[in-house]
Design a protein. Structure first.
Length: 160
């Protein structure tokens, strides 16, 4: 155990467990309450109308063996409100935003819940691909301060 613990420490994979609002839930209760229904397979057919650019790796490119995105500041703070499934999705989008522009901006979960219904299931969650698709087709997404989180499904506010 000591050897494996030392190995984890040297690889910087230490974490601390603690009690939170999910600690007393069974796996089944957690899935039912926070992960929402399984995605509808018909949504898998949605494709982006926007062309995308793909990075092509050339043999002469210098690519580091690993990158610690925490040190680079691209790991957003974990939130404990809202749809658990969406929290991870937003952390991903905020991290990508930090990599692209150098700043972590807290994005509006509520806008996705209210307006992204083509791509997700409101407060019942959604898939990461659909969050990205919504942001692309919407031309971006508001900040949390501009379109604050309410925790329930509302009508999309297009004026914001």
């Amino acid at each position: 155990m000591v050897g494996s613990s030392r190995n984890l420490t040297t690889r910087n994979q230490i974490y601390v467990l603690g009690l939170n609002r999910f600690a007393d839930l069974t796996n089944e209760e957690y899935k039912t309450m926070y992960l929402g229904p399984k995605s509808d397979s018909r949504y898998r057919l949605i494709k982006s109308k926007n062309s995308s650019h793909h990075y092509v790796f050339w043999a002469s490119d210098h690519v580091p063996e690993s990158i610690d995105w925490r040190i680079k500041g691209a790991v957003a703070l974990i939130r404990t409100k809202g749809v658990v499934e969406l929290l991870g999705l937003f952390n991903s989008v905020e991290g990508i935003n930090q990599i692209a522009i150098g700043d972590v901006i807290t994005l509006s979960e509520q806008e996705l819940v209210n307006c992204g219904t083509t791509y997700d299931d409101g407060c019942n969650g959604g898939l990461m691909d659909y969050v990205f698709q919504f942001v692309i087709s919407n031309g971006g997404i508001n900040t949390e301060s501009h379109y604050p989180y309410k925790g329930i499904d509302h009508t999309c506010d297009l004026i914001r």
